[in-house]
Design a binder for this molecule. Structure first.
Ligand code: HEM
Length: 308
């Protein structure tokens, strides 16, 4: 029986997202292997100080680094993030390693990130560090509750965990991250009713519009996708607001986990190119992604083997 990294954890009040590129030399690769072996111990040591803080960390590995590790097989869905150039553009940016650190308290995230950087800081380049926080009732900085339609219970595990279809990597997952910056002046110039049409839900109550009242380009129309048999293809999102009022920076860090990345890529195509083409997601008129990367999340057992 495989055990997974805690990809299907609950939304937490705090998160740090670290994206790193590992240096190209063998010493860096060995340091990364050693880090993989030691990460569970680091999480235990920091987290044990207060179990109530719910500290967890998920490590993802990019396509290029996976090949360097020479583990003998390649996860079916692992490839570099593919840029999308539609009505709006989703860029692909660098990153070999993603660390998704979550806790109910910011000090636990901060301390684990510090310990991680002590181990990897001299062998990796920081591509991005984003510190996310909970904003009122799980709202994003656009003011809408974000995460309501996430799958729950058994649906959550089946949405995010690789199963028998790629048995050598069972218990693993895929994750796509994008860091979005919002044009708040443009968003706030819109009426609440117009904003609700963009999202497809009521802003204050978070109640979903009846299907007949949703715009064809509503966010929850373009991201609600089915397989050929009509079953909904779900992903697990743990988006977080981030920003700096003093620098006029307001953003949403999008993070989506899935058992195969194709469904997230289809949602992105629907958003950026449109469905049909041109009928794009109006969130993108006020939100610009400045990063985009895809990672494979090995099961805990496989992570241990990377470190062996
Ligand atoms: C739903 C915000 C980007 C996939 C939602 C909802 C909000 C939201 C407010 C409605 C509540 C909920 O169910 O969570 C945002 C913001 C984004 C963003 C502010 C970036 C600026 C993305 C991206 C994807 C995505 C990039 C996928 C590639 C989804 C899905 C749903 C959803 C699958 C649920 C749709 C449903 O079945 O009702 N998002 N989102 N979102 N979003 Fe996003």
């Amino acid at each position: 029986m495989f055990s997974s990294q805690p990809v299907d954890g609950d939304l937490t009040a705090n998160a740090i997202f670290l994206t790193l590129s590992l240096h190209g030399d063998d010493a860096a690769l060995q340091a990364f292997r050693d880090f993989c072996a030691d990460l569970p111990g680091l999480i235990r040591a920091v987290g044990f100080r207060n179990a109530g803080a719910g500290l967890s960390c998920v490590l993802g590995i990019g396509d290029g680094l996976w090949d360097r590790l020479a583990m003998g097989a390649h996860p079916q869905g692992l490839h570099p993030f593919r840029e999308i150039a539609g009505v709006h553009r989703a860029p692909a940016t660098a990153g070999d390693i993603l660390l998704h650190i979550r806790a109910t308290r910011p000090d636990f995230c901060f301390e684990l990130a510090t310990q991680i950087m002590r181990r990897l800081g001299s062998v990796a380049t920081v591509e991005d560090e984003t510190q996310g926080f909970k904003f009122f009732d799980n709202r994003d900085l656009l003011g809408f509750v974000d995460g309501t339609e996430n799958p729950a219970g058994a649906d959550r595990s089946s949405a995010v965990l690789i199963g028998d279809e790629d048995a050598g990597f069972a218990g693993g997952s895929y994750v796509i991250v994008q860091k979005y910056l919002h044009d708040m002046a443009r968003w706030e110039a819109m009426s609440t009713e117009a904003q609700e049409q963009v999202i497809g839900r009521h802003k204050l109550s978070d109640i979903e519009f009846p299907d007949a009242e949703k715009a064809s380009h509503a966010h929850n129309v373009l991201t609600n996708i089915n397989d050929a048999e009509g079953n909904q293809l779900q992903i697990l999102r743990d988006n977080m607001p981030f920003g700096s009022p003093a620098r006029c920076e307001f953003g949403t860090y999008f993070i989506g986990y899935a058992c195969e990345p194709g469904r997230i890529e289809t949602m992105l195509t629907n958003m950026f190119v449109g469905l049909p083409p041109g009928n794009y997601d109006r969130i993108l008129d006020v939100s610009t992604p400045v990063t985009g990367a895809l990672f494979f999340v090995p099961s805990a057992g496989l992570l241990d083997r990377i470190g062996a």
